[in-house]
Design a protein around this ligand. Structure first.
Ligand SMILES: [Zn+2]
Length: 90
């Protein structure tokens, strides 16, 4: 998409591409109830648990990266899953 953008000359076309790009992004952020988003959350939790255990921490509690906790609260994974599904990532 960025390569196409650079190849185009017309300002109007460039604006159209930027608008399309922004639309795509906001669409991704809105679809939190999708299976894909849920899978992503599960994968993230598994990754974070492995990481915590590797660093000598309890894998049952992880720093929550949701928009409300901002990585500042250490939560039970089940609560963290709810935060990520309901509130979304940072
Ligand atoms: Zn949270």
């Amino acid at each position: 998409m960025m390569r196409d953008y650079l190849l185009r000359e017309s300002k109007q076309e460039k604006i159209a591409i930027i608008e399309e790009y922004i639309m795509d992004r906001s669409w991704i952020n809105c679809v939190r109830i999708s299976d894909e988003y849920e899978r992503g959350v599960e994968e993230f939790i598994q990754f974070a648990q492995r990481n915590a255990i590797n660093n000598g921490h309890d894998g049952g509690k992880i720093r929550c990266p949701c928009i409300n906790c901002l990585n500042g609260r250490i939560l039970d994974v089940n609560i963290m899953r709810e935060h990520l599904l309901c509130d979304g990532f940072l």
